[in-house]
Design a protein around this ligand. Structure first.
Ligand SMILES: Nc1ncnc2c1ncn2[C@@H]1O[C@H](COP(=O)(O)OP(=O)(O)O)[C@@H](O)[C@H]1O
Ligand SMILES: [Mg+2]
Length: 392
């Protein structure tokens, strides 16, 4: 598309010359080189895109997180071409280049999938901040599930369509060796009126290949409500099953119209109690040694796992069908190895999420995303709160 060649070319230069940051590498060794590259080589975003400004003339924040700000814009020549620009602020963290690179690398690796937000280019913002230009999406799922929107009016086919796209995006990440590690409604974007779902915010993502069974990762990932039990128990050798847990929580939230495990903010014990109450406590015999078995043991007390039903979930909506509840039951297993895989195919058993009868045979079948026709009911509320973890 017009004007994109230069952006793509610019991005190509960045990815080719940017010093690599393999897991375990010393961040300071390449820091200076990276900073020099970012500050000297990138064209300014305002040369190509007109950014939305507030009354004071400053770029207006559309979404704001701990390490970056998202600003909306449009191409200076092709004005119908709307974009979102994520600005990684130099003063947000000592590791801002590392975080920027991690996100840029992940979305580049996952490029060209309809359920992953598409990167358009990498530019400079203001004097030295770096920014990533992405395709624009109208909503995030948090907004759509809030009372201002009529998500309660969605048909079962529409809900199934959203859930299927969500699972397809996660499947693509896992098939390409990327754990997202921060799946939550705010990071799931939806286009209007078509209703295409796009996973976004790969700032916490990490490479995870099936061969890398004993890679050590930080467990300070994923926003509290969506964090898998093994992370609360301090596991460091986890895998992409942490995303499947988050996915289960998001799907349950769509069905219930509220957060499934709404623990008190920053209160891990309370969050864990809610999980044990619904899903049972860890069973010592089944808990893998590498996932802090000794810690898990201390929770292995009375509560035995029950199979989910509509009643145990507290679901009243018609979309909480028998098959959907069964799918949730398989996603929200306490023992990560027992959780259904999002990859599907070769990595089973059990067969992957998208092989479940909920998508394949249960009527009604999911609507085609192009047919969704979402409309904004009233303007979105101000920015939503996010109980976010550190992105180290
Ligand atoms: N491509 C996009 N189009 C429209 N809005 C976006 C886009 N990317 C992000 N946003 C909005 O900005 C918010 C913050 O972006 P995100 O990438 O999640 O950054 P953070 O790391 O700060 O959480 C999102 O929740 C979403 O509402
Ligand atoms: Mg986010």
């Amino acid at each position: 598309m017009f004007g994109f060649e230069s952006a793509a070319e610019c991005y190509h230069r960045v990815t080719c010359k940017f010093p690599s940051m393999k897991h375990g590498a010393d961040p300071t060794a390449t820091k200076k080189k990276r900073r020099e590259y970012f500050t000297k080589s990138l064209p300014h975003v305002s040369n190509i895109y007109e950014l939305k400004r507030d009354s004071g003339g400053n770029a207006e924040a559309h979404g704001k997180g701990t390490y970056g700000t998202v600003v909306l814009g449009r191409h200076r020549v092709d004005k119908t071409n709307r974009v979102a620009v994520k600005v990684f602020k130099k003063d947000a963290s000592d590791d801002w280049e590392y975080l920027a690179k991690r996100e840029i690398d992940a979305v580049t690796k996952l490029k060209d999938h309809q359920n992953i937000i598409q990167i358009i280019g990498v530019y400079q913002f203001a004097a030295c901040d770096v920014c990533m230009v992405m395709e624009f999406a109208d909503y995030n799922l948090y907004e759509l599930l809030s009372p201002e929107y009529n998500s309660k009016m969605w048909s079962d086919r529409q809900i199934k369509c959203i859930i299927k796209q969500l699972c397809t995006g996660v499947q693509y990440c896992h098939q390409n060796g990327i754990m997202h590690r921060d799946l939550k409604p705010e990071n799931v974007l939806v286009t209007a009126p078509s209703g295409h779902v796009k996973l976004a915010d790969f700032g916490m993502s990490h490479e995870h290949l099936p061969t890398a069974k004993y890679m050590r990762y930080t467990n300070h990932v994923t926003t509290q409500y969506y964090r898998a039990p093994e992370l609360f128990l301090g596991a460091e050798f986890y895998d992409e099953a942490v995303d499947v847990w988050s996915l289960g929580c998001i799907i349950a939230e769509i069905v219930l119209g509220g957060v499934l495990f709404k623990g008190d903010v920053d209160n891990n014990p309370h969050q864990m109690e809610l999980i044990w109450a619904l899903c049972g406590t860890p069973i010592t015999d089944e808990w893998p040694v590498e996932l802090h078995k000794n810690v898990a043991q201390s929770y292995a007390r009375s509560k035995v796992r029950r199979t989910f039903s509509k009643e145990t979930l507290g679901a009243t909506r018609s979309c909480a069908s028998v098959e959907l509840v069964d799918l949730l039951d398989r996603m929200l297993q306490i023992v990560p190895g027992k959780r259904i895989s999002a990859r599907g195919g070769a990595s089973g058993p059990p067969a992957g999420v998208l092989d479940h009868p909920y998508f394949l045979t249960e009527k009604p079948l999911p609507m085609d995303p192009g047919m969704m026709i979402f409309r904004r009911v009233i303007p979105p509320a101000a920015q939503q709160p996010a109980v976010s973890q550190s992105k180290k």
